[in-house]
Design a protein around this ligand. Structure first.
Ligand code: PHE
Length: 452
């Protein structure tokens, strides 16, 4: 039986839900260390320029495709051109790969929040706390299952009653907490030095790699090239302005990424006496360095708890978008009921996520090029599949359905599309060239041929 498609009740609901998807672990943990590593202010500037050109074009295309067809990725591409069904399938594979391991990390965040709330601030700051925790068997799986259950409940409640309502509560709280923590961090002794380091351009760290790193981050951060924005676009009403929605999502996503840097870099500087090496510790930054920073601060227990609540909200709203995208694909394809589809997807993701979780403990002997199971999933989805999907999406829009098809959809509300020229040039020429460069460099570096 064909079910009636749900929708977000208004533009605000859509923008907050899509921003909820975009603002995630990538903004809070990955953006700050990339900025610190690749030239501070210069990275910020490059990122911003890419966001309003490249990010704008791709996000507009995806949302418009979703809204025009009223379908999730697989059906959407196919209904526009039969030969491009494969593109939908590729796009759909990305959330199926990401959702399980993203939820494993969501489980870690939940565990840290529980530790800070229950006053185990010093324990969490101990050197081996993190490795012992993720190296366990049942405990990390338990937190992963809990995180997955919370995500599933929201998706089960549906687009308007679940996703929209939760986003309307969590996203404003997230903004307030971020501003509060960043403000507090800046008052610490020695923080100003970190602040200056963060926003001042340091040209010696800038190279072609900076642009590639910024591009890769942009994709992931804006939840592009994985069918999410197509799915959310399919729930957007025709009388909501598409172009201004995209602008607002971009501002939200970039604003939170910038604030996350303000929250983390000055505090780490204050803690380490200006030692930048602590910033480049990758995943360890959030789970090893920051707990130490919190433990050393006055009111560190409260600040740490506030921090992990905001990270949890960011991770949850992103996980929700991943799960909804998968659910929507199955429902469009098989016309299943929402409830059964949710149970099926949650069960599947739980099974698929367990190896990623165990990959740091009992299954740590499984590795490829030095990567753990979780990192392999991350590499496959982010460095291989996503650039491919994005590249084909650009070529599809640029040369098959033509940019004017997207422009028509954007113009439905009031006949205007002020970024149309920019959109056309980006999607046809500039974005594909950059994407090919990203794809080549990320695959080569992933395989160990070059070092990025
Ligand atoms: N955009 C999210 C972030 O910045 C990441 C994400 C990836 C969300 C995949 C959903 C799906 O963390």
């Amino acid at each position: 039986m064909q079910h009636k498609r749900s929708s977000f009740s208004n533009k605000l609901g859509f923008v907050l839900a899509a921003s909820g998807s975009a603002v995630g672990l990538g903004n809070i943990w990955r953006f700050p260390y990339l900025a610190a590593q690749y030239g501070g202010g210069t990275f910020l500037l490059i990122y911003l320029i890419l966001a309003v050109t490249f990010g704008f074009a791709l996000m507009t295309a995806e949302i418009a495709i979703g809204r025009k067809t009223g379908l999730s990725a697989i059906g959407a591409f196919k209904s526009l051109d039969k030969r491009f069904g494969f593109l939908g399938v590729l796009a759909a594979a990305v959330p199926i790969i990401i959702f399980p391991y993203y939820s494993v990390i969501g489980g870690w965040v939940t565990k840290y929040l529980a530790a800070f709330i229950s006053g185990q601030v010093q324990d969490a700051a101990a050197d081996t706390y993190f490795s012992e925790f993720i190296g366990g068997t049942f405990e990390p799986i338990g937190w992963f299952a809990l995180f997955m259950a919370a995500t599933s409940i929201v998706v089960l409640l549906g687009v308007e009653e679940g996703i929209e309502k939760v986003s309307k509560v969590m996203m404003p709280i997230l903004v307030v907490l971020t501003i509060f923590i960043a403000g507090y961090g800046l008052t610490l002794d020695g923080a100003m030095e970190g602040f200056i380091y963060y926003i001042k351009p340091h040209m010696s760290d800038v190279s072609a790699k900076t642009i590639l790193a910024a591009m890769g981050q942009l994709f992931y951060s804006m939840s592009l090239a994985m069918g999410i924005m197509v799915t959310y676009g399919s729930y957007m009403k025709k009388d909501n302005h598409l172009e201004s929605s995209v602008r607002q999502i971009e501002i939200f996503d970039t604003g939170i990424a910038f604030l996350a840097g303000l929250m983390i870099i000055p505090a780490v500087f204050a803690f380490s006496g200006g030692d930048r090496s602590m910033l480049s510790s990758g995943p360890g930054l959030m789970f090893m360095t920051l707990p130490k920073v919190f433990a050393s601060m006055k009111f560190g227990g409260i600040i740490g708890a506030a921090f992990f609540i905001m990270v949890l909200f960011a991770a949850l709203t992103s996980a929700i978008s991943l799960m909804e995208t998968i659910v929507s694909i199955f429902r469009d394809k098989f016309h299943w009921e929402r409830r059964n589809t949710c149970l099926f997807v949650a069960g599947l993701a739980l099974l698929l996520g367990i190896p990623s979780s165990l990959g740091f403990g009992p299954l740590s002997f499984i590795s490829w090029m030095g990567l753990s199971i979780l990192d392999i999933m991350d590499f496959l989805s982010n460095s291989v599949l996503m650039p491919i999907v994005a590249l084909f999406t650009c070529l599809f829009v640029g040369f098959v359905i033509k940019p004017s098809t997207i422009a028509e959809e954007v113009k439905i509300t009031d006949g205007k599309f002020s970024g149309e020229k920019l959109f056309t040039v980006m999607i046809k020429w500039i974005a594909p060239i950059f994407l090919i460069a990203i794809l080549i460099s990320s695959v080569l570096s992933g395989l160990g041929f070059i070092k990025i």
